[in-house]
Every structure is written in structure tokens, then in C-alpha cells.
Design a protein around this ligand. Structure first.
Ligand code: NAD
Ligand code: WQD
Length: 338
């Protein structure tokens, strides 16, 4: 297939491009580099052995987005392009609505105008908020707790409405749990700008000496060791799910919404210990008060993805830590050192 990958130079998009290229698909990446580096394109070329077709486009620019789609001959669009920082979304909600919802609206309109009718969309476990029970199934109530989450929920609904009205339109909505890790080459990985919001990149930066200690947000949660429990999933497993989702859309028609997780809950301290084993580096930490908006325990029921996509996660927490560390130790300053 000829595939447009919006947000393709970002963390998850870049790993997905590797898998798609390995499966013989023809790719065009599009990104505005608002949260990624052009160096990613060189790294992708080094991994795949071929030049990467790239268009610098901001999805907020309606005309540019129409131009991107027009005459592109795309069989499918993968849509990763979004702002994703929960805290920032609470400070600047309108920017999140404009970028995520506005950008998605332009993309859907441009797809319709160009007659492109197959979409794989990056949603998030954030749409479940604080779930009543774990593991979380796809039919759990949706109740978001912050503007970022609201953008994901609205985008899912926009896509659902389009599917309902256009019989030819197919969408795979993928609700990621907590993506971590990196490609085994160590050439691409997660490179947050500024202090990391998420746990694994913070651990990596402590281990590599960029930050002195990790703050563990809360030791009094009702969990196995008092720290928060999440479903960490290796980004390469996640990437593979996108290729499988495309195949499922081609095979089976209108579409689906599925969780992408391992189904295993892992606590903050369990992840720290696994990382110390994998890296051989100490990760000193302090137990500090809970972070606002956090929940005790969230992990997926991944059965539907297995049933519909034939996909299940294969890489364990040790592999996630080993690969995250390889990336961080080979690129202590991320792509910045380029
Ligand atoms: P990322 O920031 O690394 O990648 C997103 C890419 O989209 C970046 O390269 C950014 O420059 C680009 N982008 C953003 N707005 C754009 C616009 N208006 N026009 C063009 N490009 C734009 O993030 P990621 O971790 O790779 O996440 C990819 C997707 O998965 C996002 O939609 C995110 O919300 C979703 N998601 C991520 C996580 C996670 O923890 N990483 C979890 C669940 C869902
Ligand atoms: C994991 C655990 C923290 C940092 C977020 C978004 C979610 C999704 C994935 C996009 C929690 C603890 C963290 C730190 C810590 N993103 N922690 N010290 O909160 O599950 O999910 O990213 O869709 O929408 O909310 O992930 O990595 O921030 O936190 O103790 O410095 O690590 O309290 O228990 P989270 P996270």
C-alpha cells in the first residue's frame, strides 16, 4: 500500500514507519516538527536502507493539508500528529483543540476530497480516565479528565460520525496504553523536549546522568507496592499493531476500536528495578506526593486486538528497558546531538 504517515517523525510514528517499510509498503511521512527532529529522517534511512519521502506540513494549515492529500494516490493514512502533554493541555487547552481537533478535521476533509477512505488513528487509554475496573475493556465508560484526553475523545467521535455516514470509509482506532522502549538499533527512540513528563524517559535521563534523581509520585496507592501501576508496551510491538490494523481494514471492512497493551500491570518501582537490571545503572529516587490527576492502576484487556488483528504484545518489560537504555546511552542528548 501507499501510506501517508502524519506525525511520522515522532516517537511512535517513526517506529511504525520502520515496520511498514519492512513489510514493503510505500511511505510518505508528513510532520511539522513541532515535537520532533529532522534527524529522525536520516536515522530512518539508515535503518531501512532507502531514502524517506517527506513533506513538511502543518495540519492546522487547511490548504497545505489538502495539497498533501491531493493526487498523492494514498491507499491509507496513519494519523499520529497531535500534541500529547497532559499538563500543557491544562494550561493551553485552546492550542490543543486547534492542533489536535482542528488538524484532524482538516485531514478528514482532505481525505474525503482526495477519495482516501482508510484511516488508522492514534487514540489513548486516556479516554477511560479513572476506570471502574481493570483490566480495561473497550466497552468501559469513556470519561476524560483533562483537555488532551478530551481532544482524543472528540477525534474518536468525529471519526465515528464519518464512518457512520460514509459507507466506504474505514477506520481503525487504536487506544495505546503506555508506549516505551525503542528500536533495537538504538538509532530512533523517545526524545522529549524539556523535562520528561512520562516515567520511562525520566528514568532514562536519570540513568544517563542528565537528571539527579527520579520523583516517584505517591507511595500510598492501593497497589502491589504503593506506587502507580500501568500497562507499559514496547513501541516496536505497538508499531507492528499498526501494520496489522491496516491489513485487518483491508480484510474486514468498516473498522474497529481496540486497546493496545500487554494486559500486564507494572508498578513504578517494578519498572525502576527492571531498568536498573537492564542498564546496570542505579536510578536513585525519592517518594514524593501523588501527582494531580493520576490514578492507581490502569492496564488493558488486549483480547479484542488479538481477536480482530491477530496481534498480541511479544516484548516484555526487560526488553522495553534494555532497548530504552540502548537508545538513551547511544544518544545521551537525544537527537539534539544529531
Ligand atoms: P510525538 O510528539 O513524538 O509525535 C507526534 C508527531 O506529530 C510529532 O512529530 C509532531 O511534530 C507532529 N505534529 C503534531 N502536531 C502536528 C501538526 N499540527 N501538523 C503536523 N505534525 C504535527 O508523540 P508520540 O508519542 O509519537 O504520539 C503519537 C500519537 O500517539 C499522538 O497522537 C499521541 O497523542 C498518541 N499517544 C501517545 C502516547 C504516548 O504515551 N506516547 C500514548 C497514547 C497515545
Ligand atoms: C506512569 C506512572 C506516574 C513520572 C500518560 C498520559 C496518557 C498517555 C500516556 C498519551 C504513574 C508515575 C511518572 C515521574 C512517576 N499519553 N511517574 N514519576 O500518566 O500513565 O499516562 O502518558 O495519550 O494520556 O496521561 O504515564 O509515564 O506519566 O506515568 O512516579 O516522573 O509513573 O505517577 O504512576 P501516565 P506516565
Amino acid at each position: 500500500m501507499r501510506i501517508l504517515v502524519c506525525g511520522g517523525s515522532g516517537y511512535i510514528g517513526s517506529h511504525t514507519c520502520v515496520v511498514l517499510a519492512e513489510r514493503g509498503h510505500d511511505l510518505v511521512l508528513a510532520d511539522n516538527f513541532s515535537n520532533s527532529s529532522p534527524v529522525v529522517l536520516e536515522r530512518l534511512q539508515a535503518i531501512t536502507g532507502a531514502p524517506v519521502a517527506f513533506r513538511q506540513v502543518d495540519l492546522r494549515d487547511r490548504a497545505a493539508t489538502f495539497d498533501l492529500l491531493a493526487g498523492g494516490g494514498f491507499d491509507a493514512v496513519l494519523h499520529f500528529a497531535a500534541l500529547k502533554a497532559v499538563g500543557e493541555s491544562c494550561e493551553r487547552p485552546l492550542d490543543y483543540f486547534e492542533n489536535n481537533i482542528g488538524g484532524t478535521l482538516h485531514l478528514l476533509q482532505a481525505m474525503q476530497a482526495a477519495g482516501v477512505k482508510r484511516l488508522v488513528f492514534s487514540s489513548s487509554a486516556t479516554v477511560y480516565g479513572d476506570p471502574d475496573r481493570v483490566p480495561v475493556r473497550e466497552d468501559a465508560p469513556l470519561r476524560v479528565t483533562n483537555p488532551y484526553g478530551r481532544t482524543k475523545l472528540v477525534m474518536e467521535q468525529l471519526i465515528g460520525d464519518l464512518v457512520a455516514t460514509d459507507p466506504g470509509f474505514q477506520a481503525g482506532v487504536l487506544r495505546y496504553f503506555n508506549p516505551v522502549g525503542a528500536h533495537s538499533s538504538g538509532l530512533i527512540g523517545e526524545d522529549p523536549s524539556g523535562p520528561p513528563n512520562n516515567l520511562m524517559p525520566y528514568i532514562c535521563q536519570v540513568a544517563v546522568g542528565r537528571r539527579p534523581r527520579l520523583n516517584v509520585f505517591g507511595g500510598d496507592w492501593p497497589t502491589v507496592d504503593g506506587t502507580g501501576v500501568r500497562d507499559y508496551i514496547h513501541v516496536v510491538d505497538l508499531a507492528r499493531a499498526h501494520a496489522d490494523a491496516l491489513d485487518a481494514l483491508v480484510r474486514d471492512g468498516r473498522g474497529f476500536t481496540v486497546n493496545l497493551g500487554t494486559g500486564q500491570g507494572v508498578s513504578v518501582l517494578q519498572l525502576v528495578q527492571a531498568f536498573e537490571r537492564a542498564s546496570g545503572r542505579p536510578v536513585p529516587y525519592d517518594l514524593v506526593p501523588r501527582r494531580a490527576g493520576d490514578v492507581a492502576e490502569v492496564y488493558a484487556d488486549p483480547a479484542l486486538a488479538q481477536q480482530l488483528l491477530g496481534w498480541r504484545a511479544q516484548l516484555d518489560v526487560d526488553a522495553m528497558c534494555r532497548d530504552a537504555w540502548r537508545w538513551q546511552s547511544m544518544n545521551p542528548e537525544g537527537y539534539g546531538a544529531g
